[in-house]
Design a protein around this ligand. Structure first.
Ligand code: ZN
Length: 413
């Protein structure tokens, strides 16, 4: 039994029409007009397939296929349908539409699982104007509460609670989400890799067993602003050259790590930022991601020691404010091994990787057994119109999901 790849490709193109941007990509943030229309399409299609559709408090869309009733609860597959501005057609939709294709294949082949099977599309997974990425899965898993969201607005002043209501959600229905945790028996999210690890080994799929931990801080380098002409080189306390040296060292230290650890300075503010003034202060963001807590902490310490040394030499001062320190998330070993065994049974070479980005599965992991499948991304590109995964790679990943779901149904109580 195989998924119908042709039908899945047609689906991908169809969904990509919603929110098509002038620049050639897709702009479909949650709560936008394009999002509203795509939700309508999705709900109609699920109903046409005979699924029972529900919208929860966070406006996540769920479609349920009845099982034989021999086992309680449901196995969930899915991802998200929203996109970043001018994004691609695969990040999110590939997971949702492959899940839909898997369910269609089960129905067509008359296969009735012991558990119910549920497809989900989570609301606002991408960064958004409410500053709440992975909103739907965080809300669903109880990490965002009704009280905390009551006054949340976007940059235009719109209340989140009003936007939610427009797509069928409601803060009032948050407690109900919690009551549904125990009937979720497992979750598998299929997603594009968004990196080059699969491509560099020419392997189509990966089983994801961890989601990286993240350390983020704001670093301030205090030097001394002064006249750029009259202050001789040896009399300067240039905050920007100090920051530059620190940043290069961050790169160097991270590059010398063996495992998949990455470090980034993505945002920099120079004060006063004028041509004829030696920069008196620089602020930058510092981020480390890695799949081992110990490694993250060791590297952070190494970098901090290093910047103190640079600060001493350059006579500047450094302040750091940590605003995120999140441990890696270990995904469910039982589902991971079902995925691995299924790949072997299908004779499909695979890698076992950590996810370097946070996905809805990372949050679902706190309420049910969860794991992920990655599909090879061309040139490692995502969040841009050039996102691409080949039909062949998608077909393999879809079949892996289909057969793993059947195995999981047998294995789980
Ligand atoms: Zn995504």
């Amino acid at each position: 039994m195989q998924i119908n790849i042709e039908r899945l490709l047609v689906d991908l193109e169809k969904y990509a029409k919603y929110g098509e941007s002038l620049e050639g990509g897709i702009t479909r943030p949650s709560f936008s007009q394009a999002d509203k229309l795509v939700r309508e399409l999705f709900i109609n299609e699920l109903e046409d397939m005979g699924l029972a559709v529900t919208i929860d408090g966070a406006a996540n869309t769920w479609g349920r296929l009845k099982g034989s009733g021999k086992k309680e609860g449901c196995l969930v597959i899915g991802s998200h349908l929203d996109s970043v501005p001018n994004g691609g057609k695969y990040d999110g939709p590939l997971g949702v539409l492959t899940a839909k294709e898997v369910i269609r294949t089960l129905i067509e082949n008359g296969i009735i699982l012991d558990h119910d099977v549920e497809i989900v599309s989570f609301t606002a997974e991408e960064s958004n104007d409410f500053n709440l990425s992975t909103f739907g899965s965080r809300a669903y898993t109880g990490k965002l509460t009704k009280t905390a969201l009551e006054d949340v607005r976007d940059s235009k002043g719109n209340f989140l609670k009003d936007q939610l209501r427009e797509v069928g959600g409601s803060l009032e229905n948050f407690p109900e989400m919690e009551r549904s945790f125990k009937e979720k028996k497992g979750f598998i999210e299929l997603h594009i890799e968004q990196g080059k690890r699969l491509e560099s080994k020419n392997i189509s799929v990966a089983v994801v067993d961890k989601v990286v931990g993240m350390y983020r801080s704001r670093v301030r380098v205090n030097g001394q602003a002064n006249h750029s002409g009259t202050t001789m080189m040896e009399h300067r306390k240039d905050a920007l050259t100090a920051a530059a040296e620190i940043i290069l060292h961050i790169e160097h230290i991270c590059k010398s790590e063996k495992n998949d650890l990455v470090g980034t300075v993505g945002k920099l503010h120079v004060f006063p930022n004028a041509t004829n003034i030696i920069p008196g202060m620089v602020e930058f963001t510092f981020e480390i991601r890695g799949d081992s807590e110990e490694q993250i902490q060791t590297v952070v310490k190494k970098i901090q020691d290093n910047w103190m040394q640079i600060a001493n030499e350059r006579k500047v001062e450094i302040e750091e404010k940590v605003f995120l320190n999140q441990s890696p998330i270990i995904l469910d070993s039982e589902i991971v091994s079902v995925l691995q065994n299924t790949a072997e049974e299908l004779n499909e070479p695979y890698l076992t990787l950590s996810s370097m980005a946070v996905h809805d599965a990372a949050h679902m992991a706190s309420v049910t057994k969860s794991a992920m499948i990655f599909v090879k991304s061309k040139d490692g590109k995502s969040h841009c119109s050039e996102e691409y995964s080949s039909p062949e790679d998608i077909r393999k990943a879809g079949n892996l999901m289909l057969h793993a779901l059947i195995h999981l149904d047998k294995q789980l109580d």
